[in-house]
Design a protein around this ligand. Structure first.
Ligand code: NAD
Length: 302
C-alpha cells in the first residue's frame, strides 16, 4: 500500500485557521493586531515571490503588516538603522529580513541586529541558544524545523524513543531540528543521529530510521532501498531540476526518490506541497506568539 501523504498545504490551512482565531482574541483583549514587518532589499525574483506570499498570508490573518521594500543600493548602516527603528516600534512584534542580502551587506550583522524578542524567523544566536536549552527557555522556533516538528506531531508520528536520522547539518534546518527532536518533552524524546557529507555508511544510518528527515539539497540522494519499511519520511529538499516547457515554470524535486519511497514508507511528504507551505505558517505562528508576549508584557522575561 502506498505511503500516506503528509500534505503541508492541508496542514497549513488548519494552522492558519487556528491562528485566525488567536488574532481575533488578541484584538479583543488588547485592541491591537499582531504586527509584522517584512524587509526586502532589491528585486531578486525568488525573494519577491517569497515576500509577496508572506505579506498576503499575514494580511489574510488580519495582521498589521508592513511590507518595507528598499533598493539594492541601501547601505548596511541604513539597513541597520531601519531595523533599529522597528526594534523600537511597539506596534511591530516580528521583524523579517528576506535573505539573501546584496553582497555589500553583512548578513550576519543584520540578522544579529534584530531584537531577539522580535526574531520571528528564529535565526538570532540568542533564539538558537534558548532552543538548545529547551523547555521554558524556548522563545521562537526557526520556521522550517518548527514546520517539520508540527508535521510529525499532526500526522500522528510517534517520536518518543523513535530513531530519527537527520541528513544535513545546516543552521536553518538540520542542526535545529536534530536538537528539537532530541529534547525532553512532547513531540520530541527521540534518539537523533545527524548525518552529513563526512558520514560513513550514510545508507546504513538511513535504514535504521523510524523517522528520516532529509535536508541536503541533492535531488534523489535518498534511494528507495535506504528507507525502513513503514518509516515516516520528511523531504525538506527543494531542487530545481528543469523547466516545464509548457508553463515555463521550474520543475521541483526533493532529496528523496519519491516514487520508490512512497511504496516503502508509512508516511511521506511531497515536494512541492510538503515542508514548504509549513514554513510560512510557522512564521505567522511565531508572530502571533510574539504579539501575545509583547502585549501581555512577557516579552522581556528570561
Ligand atoms: P545547506 O544547503 O546549507 O546544506 C546542506 C547540508 O546537507 C550540509 O550540511 C551537507 O553536509 C549535507 N549534505 C549535502 N550533500 C550531502 C550528501 N551527499 N550526503 C550527506 N549529506 C549531505 O542546507 P539547507 O539550507 O538546510 O537546505 C537543504 C535543502 O532544503 C535545500 O534543497 C533547500 O532548498 C531546502 N530547504 C527547504 C526549505 C523549505 O521551506 N521547504 C527551507 C530551507 C531549506
Amino acid at each position: 500500500m502506498p505511503a500516506e501523504l503528509i500534505s503541508g498545504t492541508e496542514l497549513r490551512k488548519a494552522i492558519l485557521e487556528e491562528l485566525r482565531g488567536e488574532v481575533a482574541r488578541i484584538k479583543e483583549k488588547y485592541g491591537k493586531a499582531p504586527g509584522l514587518v517584512t524587509i526586502l532589499v532589491g528585486e531578486n525574483p525568488a525573494s519577491v515571490s517569497y515576500v509577496t506570499l508572506k505579506v498576503k498570508t499575514a494580511e489574510s490573518l488580519g495582521f498589521h503588516e508592513i511590507q518595507d521594500n528598499r533598493p539594492e543600493s541601501i547601505s548596511e548602516e541604513e539597513l541597520l538603522a531601519l531595523i533599529d527603528s522597528y526594534n523600537k516600534d511597539p506596534d511591530i512584534h516580528g521583524i523579517l529580513v528576506q535573505l539573501p542580502l546584496p553582497k555589500h551587506i553583512n548578513e550576519t550583522r543584520v540578522l544579529y541586529a534584530i531584537d531577539p524578542d522580535k526574531d520571528v524567523d528564529g535565526f538570532h544566536p540568542l533564539t538558537l541558544g534558548r532552543l538548545l536549552i529547551g523547555g521554558r527557555a524556548v522563545r521562537f522556533l526557526p520556521c522550517t524545523p518548527a514546520g517539520i516538528q508540527e508535521m510529525l506531531v499532526r500526522s500522528g508520528t510517534n517520536l518518543d524513543g523513535a530513531e530519527v536520522v537527520v541528513v544535513g547539518r545546516s543552521n536553518i534546518v538540520g542542526k535545529p531540528i536534530s536538537v528539537m527532536l532530541g529534547q525532553k518533552g512532547p513531540g520530541a524524546n527521540a534518539t537523533v543521529t545527524l548525518v552529513h557529507t563526512h558520514t560513513k555508511n550514510l545508507a546504513d544510518h538511513c535504514r535504521r530510521a523510524d523517522v528520516l528527515i532529509v535536508a541536503a539539497g541533492v535531488p534523489g540522494l535518498v534511494k528507495t532501498e535506504w528507507i525502513k519499511p513503514g518509516a515516516t519520511v520528511i523531504d525538506v529538499g527543494v531542487n530545481r531540476i528543469g523547466i516545464n516547457p509548457e508553463t515555463g515554470k521550474a520543475i521541483l524535486s526533493g532529496d528523496v526518490d519519491f516514487a520508490g519511497a512512497r511504496e516503502i514508507a508509512g508516511k511521506i511528504t511531497p515536494v512541492p506541497g510538503g515542508v514548504g507551505p509549513m514554513t510560512i505558517a510557522m512564521l505567522m505562528k511565531n508572530t502571533v506568539r510574539s504579539a501575545w508576549l509583547h502585549l501581555g508584557g512577557g516579552a522581556s522575561e528570561a
